[in-house]
Design a protein around this ligand. Structure first.
Ligand SMILES: [Zn+2]
Length: 333
């Protein structure tokens, strides 16, 4: 088959940084594809409302970037949910992405253990998570089956868990970088704002020969069986080396556009960018949903929720509070 001769216009990378976007890109010469996530007001709104201790907020911010990165790549209708459950000071992270661009997130943690980790200087991503598992769920509505991918959290970071997932489940060579930081702005009385960013790079060759990856280690193979090894493709070795040079600051710098970032990395082989999509911090909770949930509880449970003559429910994701008179939801005064 002849390759159609289509002229792809080339231009200089845009200097304008746009927050709260995901930009896909392609490095055709190296069979690489990827996306850059830049979050400003979205991640600031989510993390500010929760007012978690800073290391917990930072970790949740990383989970938000990763979820946006993966969820926006799925081209599905519906929800993509990333969830961790582990034995560290942060017991659970939940990030809920609804296509095409809504995100909400929350964490559950042990206050005393987080404070102890901060005091011990172990409150980084891996120290806060500990061991457990990392699950990704695709929910396309009540009449469809839910897909779930599960990998072990083994004392590593969220980046490690993402690499493990793509290696084991998808068998796609993948590198992910995530960064979150608080930015202090002059002139706002010392107010700080959260910023976050990330880049994902995947090796997706068109020819099956190049797509070969090593089989997973044969756990039940007879002793002495050599693990299957395939020499890594040079294009992937180059791509991975380039993406490992990305600094945290480059991922969150409001003055560096996503286009300039990928141009900085891949100007030699050449990089093509696609239209960026927008991300918004939106929660799906509503008074109607909360009312329906309360009505689904047993009479006894509803009666026990009455405090000072009313029932009050706070959304764990966005901290919105819904107040009901007991009679509204069939509870006794
Ligand atoms: Zn909510």
């Amino acid at each position: 088959m002849n390759t159609p001769n289509i002229e792809i216009p080339t231009r200089a990378p845009s200097a304008t940084a746009t927050d709260d976007t995901v930009m896909p890109f392609e490095v055709a010469k190296l069979d690489l594809r990827g996306r850059v996530v830049r979050l400003g007001p979205v991640v600031d709104e989510i993390l500010e409302k929760h007012a978690y201790p800073a290391p917990v907020a930072k970790l949740l911010g990383e989970a938000v970037v990763l979820t946006v990165m993966l969820g926006s790549a799925l081209k599905i209708e519906g929800r993509f949910i990333l969830q961790t459950q582990s034995d560290g000071p942060v017991r659970m992270l939940v990030v809920d992405f609804t296509a095409p661009g809504k995100v909400r997130a929350c964490a559950r943690f042990d206050k005393a253990r987080v404070a102890a980790a901060i005091a011990d200087n172990t409150a980084d991503g891996s120290g806060l998570l500990g061991k457990g598992h990392f699950a990704m769920t695709i929910d396309q509505g009540p009449d469809t089956s839910r897909y779930q991918g599960l990998v072990a959290l083994d004392g590593g970071t969220l980046e490690d868990a993402a690499h493990e997932y793509f290696h084991r489940s998808e068998q796609i060579p993948t590198r992910v970088r995530l960064a979150v930081a608080e930015e202090l702005r002059a002139g706002e009385g010392g107010a700080s704002h959260w910023r976050a960013g990330g880049i994902m790079l995947q090796f997706l060759p068109k020819s099956p020969e190049r797509a070969r990856v090593a089989d997973l280690h044969p756990g039940d193979a007879p002793e002495g069986t050599a693990p299957h090894a395939v020499k890594e493709d040079e294009a992937w070795v180059e791509g991975r080396a380039l993406v490992s040079t990305v600094e945290d600051l480059e991922l969150i710098d409001p003055a560096l556009s996503s286009e300039r970032l990928v141009y900085r990395l891949f100007h030699e082989p050449g990089v093509r960018v696609f239209r960026a999509s927008e991300i918004r911090a939106v929660c799906s909770c509503s008074r109607d949903n909360v009312e329906a949930m309360l009505k689904s509880f047993s009479q006894d449970d509803r009666d026990h929720m009455v405090e000072n003559g009313r029932i009050s429910v706070t959304c764990e994701f966005c901290s919105a509070t819904y107040v009901f008179a007991p009679g509204e939801v069939g509870a006794k005064d």
